[in-house]
Unconditional design. Sequence first.
Lengths: 354, 354
Amino acid sequence: MRETLADWRPAIDDAIADLVPREIDAEYLESYFGEPTYEYDPYAVQRSLSTPLWDLLDRGGKRWRAVLFLVFVEGFGEDPAEYVHYACIPEILHNGTIIVDDVEDGATIRRGERALHHLYGQDIALNAGNALYFLPLKVLSDRADEIPADRRLEAFEMLMHELNRTHLGQGMDICWHNEHAIRATPEQYLEMCACKTGCLARIVARLAAILTDQPAEVEQAVATYAELTAVAFQIGDDILDVEHSLGRAGDFGKEFGNDIREGKQTLLVIHALQESAPDQAERLQHILSADSNTDEEVAEALSIIEDAGSLEYAREQALELSAQARAAVEELDFDEETTRKLREFTEFVIEREE
Amino acid sequence: MRETLADWRPAIDDAIADLVPREIDAEYLESYFGEPTYEYDPYAVQRSLSTPLWDLLDRGGKRWRAVLFLVFVEGFGEDPAEYVHYACIPEILHNGTIIVDDVEDGATIRRGERALHHLYGQDIALNAGNALYFLPLKVLSDRADEIPADRRLEAFEMLMHELNRTHLGQGMDICWHNEHAIRATPEQYLEMCACKTGCLARIVARLAAILTDQPAEVEQAVATYAELTAVAFQIGDDILDVEHSLGRAGDFGKEFGNDIREGKQTLLVIHALQESAPDQAERLQHILSADSNTDEEVAEALSIIEDAGSLEYAREQALELSAQARAAVEELDFDEETTRKLREFTEFVIEREE
């Protein structure tokens, strides 16, 4: 077993390179996609798939979805080194979703460089992102001799279910973002996070459980852990943006209040709208739905959120979700090593970049 | 059995409405996507998924992928009425791909109205399109009691394989479109069509064969028929654009030569570049790669294509592919009724809108 979680990264990248090599040739295309009816164009596949993907991967990322998968596999008593290719499934899916999300959100920067659709064109980026939704699932068929048929079927059905819910969550988030009035309840906000961010985490956990043949209740427990952890991190992100902004709002020339400027519907905003006096709530709503805001307006919105006690509320929610997440896996009696790694994992992810 | 293929359309639309109702409520969301952890927002799912999809479906479309699926099912001796929900799988996948393709191609019009990303926003359109890549596959899990596990697994593995190749074909097409020089060989052009257009047709045929438990050689034969037919139709489209343009090039004020203006790499163009004298080939290449063209330039490009004998070449290729397609299914000894319907199907599709 690797000493620290970060040690897995080279092995994970090697496995990703088995699925999508840095240099595409006809031999790879024939072995991965089957004999062509006529003739492939490896150069076009290089340009439309491999180059954009490896550009994104080489910019960084902790590969935490792959790492968490391997932690679970080890916790279930299997050798993680034998499961590295399966670990790529959630990791590649994730990279597909961020390419597509960046187009949907109109993002310009990703991991400190220009977003892929700005660099390669929207058509190339979108098609590459979508290709990555299907490409890794082929691992299950290509390594059919390693996993019994009933487990492979379960894996496919689980993946389709969770990927459906991912798009449901993204749809909720986009719809809210496009509306002027904020309608979402705290429960709906949590559901959006559980779907949009949580389902990919659930894939990590459930895939590890399914491929190592765990009973249904174990699969359910790790899925719950993964979902709750993802939701807690999402709320943590929202809290950090407000805390960071409150600290900087006085500093001349510093950027602050990005979520407010984007009109993002966060748990803090939803709570503040519910708890503030009508005139304050109306003011917050107005600032959030405006096309642009002055620094003074952003600072005012932050004050309304602070005065409503929304930071404390969100912190309590995040702590409660984290406690529920821990409780979900404590029932499982993982060995000490895995428990330590799951704790280490939380620290590993908390210093996250995306 | 329905009298004509078009008679199936209401039943197909009813089945699609079972998968994505026109009016979304919490009950549907819970039954199709499972119990929420917290609380769904049906209104947001209405806006982000159902409304765009039904807008597109209500604009028309012959649902030919679903119809062909049902023709095969009947040909295989099963009652097509019992397979209508499965027929929706390729149909919904197809509608997902056209929403996404329209974003990638920067299209403005679809089925005579504004493309979905212009009407609902790029974020909503893309997420809806992508959601439709996964949503119909759930039919296989939800109706698990109807199809044995080994067939369901085969269906999932086939779908992942073909959807992978769809993205490979689209990637080749996009890459070529973005290049100034035309590099593709006729064989690579045919492969692009076989992947981009052919794979969805292969899904129609293979899914019908898998779900009705046909032997591998039958599945292979209908897949070959479907792929060849799709490629032949694609070439037919390219021929029509040139023929139509040659007929209209003299008429004042009429639009003509759309493929030339878009710089589209078609089989005719690739052939003309190979067969023309160097100065003519260079001129054609120059016109195709220019950002815009005068009517005179388009007419000149059309003449070069005509003089190179590229229309005759493409017609021969399309005829040859159609003959191969017919040969692939003739081996199967379908009953007279199915043979008639497969012939009727060709006529049905040839008056196509998309």
